[in-house]
Write a protein that binds this ligand. Structure first.
Ligand code: NAP
Length: 342
């Protein structure tokens, strides 16, 4: 049991950051700083704009003032919910490490960055070790793309193939996510731009994480980006647009990994703007002996994302210094007590 509350800075107070701020309060974590670059948020109280809807006396500062926020906050954790790629979140991870503050991010690449951004990951690893703190990536994939699957794998005698299907409503995330998934493009424009992108998509890192945790070596890994369309006009409230019939409502990223040991991992991640009948889906099938399918009907994807990160905080603080991806950490936990007592 630790004497002092965990003291957290939240860097990125958008859709996810606003849920996380409430979860921190409800788990006994003290918010001691908030940073965001969006002009509509800078200067506002972080508690008031969050889903807590309560004044916390913590103003949101522009990243230009991040140095001052760190100096004043005496934080032991920084939670980064801004962007997905290591190049995009590097500065924030670097600043946290330079102040000896443990950092955890929703940035999807940080879940397993060792092949796609090896140099940056090693640089951060060295910096974190020098300043005796830990960096990691968490979020939805920590449990649903990782530990849930490896737990089911532990009940298998032989695995030939792992198939994962996740579908989520892209409109529940920031507007950049709509652009990333090609929402509103014609199918032709999608094929000429997004589909030809060589940038690994989110499930790329999930497949690599699974191979690392299961002790498999990757022989080949391929990605296909496919548009999703609809037969009715869809209004996207957050972006104020109507998507005409036949235009792109999102995409399905399919990443297939062949391993030296034989098993194949095939992950499908579909982010699209929903019609009234769409629901979130999670399904994972392990084919081998036995065949096992795990289906979770209508998972609360944003809440799962934020709870997975917040529940990682005690293990982040206790982890050895360096960039420690969660494949090297203990299985995630649900904590009943305030997090500093866990
Ligand atoms: P969001 O609503 O757009 O919130 C992000 C906020 O961070 C925005 O206010 C944005 O400002 C701000 N921001 C961006 N770069 C910044 C920087 N360098 N310094 C300070 N503020 C910055 O997005 P979200 O839905 O919360 O998602 C946040 C990130 O988490 C995304 O990369 C998303 O892909 C990722 N994510 C991961 C998971 C997971 O399970 N791992 C799940 C959901 C989301 P602007 O609006 O001005 O850009």
């Amino acid at each position: 049991m630790k004497e002092h509350k965990i003291r957290a800075i939240v860097w990125g107070c958008g859709q996810m950051g606003q849920i996380i701020i409430r979860y921190l309060q409800e788990k006994g974590v003290e918010l001691v700083g908030a940073i965001d670059r969006n002009a509509s948020r800078v200067g506002k109280d972080a508690g008031e704009i969050s889903t807590l809807k309560r004044f916390l006396g913590i103003p949101i500062y522009h990243p230009d003032k991040a140095e001052q926020v760190f100096q004043k906050a005496n934080a032991n954790v920084c939670i980064i919910c801004t962007r997905s790629l290591l190049t995009e979140i590097y500065d924030s991870l670097e600043m946290a490490a330079q102040h000896g503050v443990n950092a955890i991010t929703l940035g999807e690449e940080a879940f397993y960055p060792w092949t796609t951004s090896r140099d940056l990951s090693e640089k951060l690893d060295t910096l974190a070790k020098k300043h005796n703190c830990t960096i990691t990536g968490s979020g939805y994939q920590d449990v649903f793309g990782g530990h849930l699957i490896t737990s089911v794998a532990a009940a298998s005698h032989r695995i030939d193939r792992i198939q994962i299907l996740t579908r989520y409503n892209i409109a529940q995330y920031g507007s950049f996510a709509l652009d990333l998934n090609g929402v509103g493009l014609s199918v032709d424009a999608f094929k000429q731009t997004i589909a030809t992108s060589k940038e690994p998509f989110v499930n790329w890192y999930v497949n690599e994480w699974l191979c690392s945790r299961l002790g498999w070596s990757i022989r080949t890994q391929n990605q296909e980006l496919l548009p999703t369309t609809n037969t009715e006009i869809i209004h996207v409230t957050s972006a104020g647009i109507d998507i005409p019939v036949g235009d792109v409502t999102g995409m399905e990223a399919v990443v297939t990994t062949e391993t030296e040991e034989g098993p194949i991992i095939e992950s499908h991640l579909m982010g699209k703007v929903y019609t009234h009948s769409d629901i979130d889906i999670y399904e994972c099938t392990l084919i081998g002996e036995p065949n096992t399918t795990l289906t979770i009907r209508q998972p609360g994807t944003p809440e799962i994302t934020c709870a997975s990160l917040v529940n990682r905080l005690p293990q982040l603080i206790d982890a050895p210094p360096g960039f420690q991806t969660t494949d090297k950490m203990p299985s995630p936990n649900y904590w009943t007590l305030p997090l500093h007592n866990s």
